[in-house]
Unconditional design. Structure first.
Length: 378
């Protein structure tokens, strides 16, 4: 397969191969990047993986899948000989990984595979994941393995621009506010509606904004963190009752104490004295999610809206004027950029451009769990 990087996917679902909801699709970006050959799709749902492969072999990039195999077990990758992958994209639900009981990442690292891991890291309590993260990081360093975690907004052009403006402005941030509202009527992943399988909406979904909060604000002063939630309810007079849940989600089969909260609000101080806050909800209908990032400093306000879409806009008010500047980012694709950076690290053995290591991603995981526990007691 000449000098092309050999890529394997673990998981044949939407995050690796696209779907009806959301912009995620690693295979699409890797096809566009070029310089790769796909050698394996690993999924215990073999029939599903085979259907994905059939579609790819009938598509415009069929030549990249010529020698791709479907496997039920990830350990089959270890015996592929000359076709063994150079890098593995891990896109399976978090209850299937991220702990010593489900240690797929650790086993791949110990076997010498470079890995790209989807968020969140796990669903287990951070006290358990901490030792796992330390062992994985130790093994990666020992084997010289490249590890990247999929916090794609760190690679977004708009986030780069915000950091540039903040740096030039030269004043410390006072406040960082972020909000996210999930359009739930088209949701199809039933496991995400069970807090014990997904980790809950803060751990599984708002983790991207929690990561950006840390990216802008630094580390959290945890004794000052407080959070509240609107719990799930079947009572139409209660604010936690959702009227348009799809039957395919089967939430009525989820025990009441495992259902996800409908809204969570958290606030805290960072160790540098700035204030942080997060509001997350599953409450809007339609298809478009709401995602807003806002930062304030002396003489500066930045507000970024729709960062999941090509409609993303940054509004800037600074200095002694009431006028707002507006910048659009119609071509921004942070998924493409994070994949590009990872492949370049694999090729050069230089991971310095990777913006989210496993160690740093664990710190974001700690924050999501602190908010979950403060808001729900679970």
């Amino acid at each position: 397969m000449d000098d092309k990087l050999k890529i394997a996917f673990i998981g044949s679902g939407a995050v690796n191969f696209g779907g009806a909801v959301g912009p995620w699709d690693h295979s699409k970006r890797l096809e566009q990047l070029g310089g790769v050959q796909f050698v394996a799709i690993v999924d215990p749902l073999v029939g599903k993986a085979e259907e994905v492969l059939r579609e790819k072999k009938n598509g415009p990039y069929a030549h990249l899948y010529t020698n791709c195999k479907v496997m039920a077990e990830y350990k089959e990758l270890f015996t592929m000989g000359d076709d063994k992958p150079d890098a593995v994209f891990i896109g399976i639900p978090p209850f299937c990984r991220g702990s010593f009981n489900n240690d797929i990442e650790l086993q791949l690292v110990k076997a010498g595979f470079d890995i790209f891991i989807e968020k969140p890291l796990s669903v287990q309590p951070p006290e358990e994941v901490e030792s796992y993260a330390a062992e994985l990081s130790r093994a990666a360093k020992e084997r010289g393995v490249i590890v990247s975690v999929a916090y794609m907004f760190r690679y977004h052009d708009a986030i780069d621009k915000m950091n540039e403006i903040i740096r030039i402005h030269g004043r410390p941030l006072m406040c960082i506010n972020m909000s996210y509202n999930c359009s739930y009527v088209n949701s199809t992943r039933s496991y995400t509606w069970n807090i014990h399988k997904s980790g809950g909406p803060i751990v599984e979904q708002a983790t991207h904004l929690c990561d950006l909060l840390r990216y802008f604000g630094g580390e959290v002063d945890y004794p000052q963190l407080t959070a509240l939630a609107v719990p799930a309810s079947d009572d139409p007079s209660d604010p936690g009752c959702l009227t348009s849940l799809s039957p395919v989600l089967e939430e009525d089969t989820v025990p009441s104490d495992s259902r996800v909260p409908r809204l969570t609000h958290a606030q805290w101080k960072f160790t540098n004295g700035a204030v942080g806050s997060l509001t997350h909800a599953v409450s809007i209908h339609g298809r478009k999610y709401i995602a807003v990032v806002e930062v304030w400093a002396d003489g500066l306000r930045l507000k970024l809206e729709d960062l999941y879409t090509p409609d993303c806009k940054l509004r800037i008010r600074r200095g002694y004027t009431d006028k707002e500047e507006e910048i659009s980012f119609p071509t921004a694709d942070p998924y493409y950029k994070e994949d590009e950076v990872f492949l370049q690290a694999v090729r050069t053995r230089d991971s310095s451009a990777i913006l989210s290591s496993y160690e740093d991603a664990f710190k974001t995981y700690q924050l999501t769990w602190a908010i979950r526990r403060s808001s729900t007691g679970k």
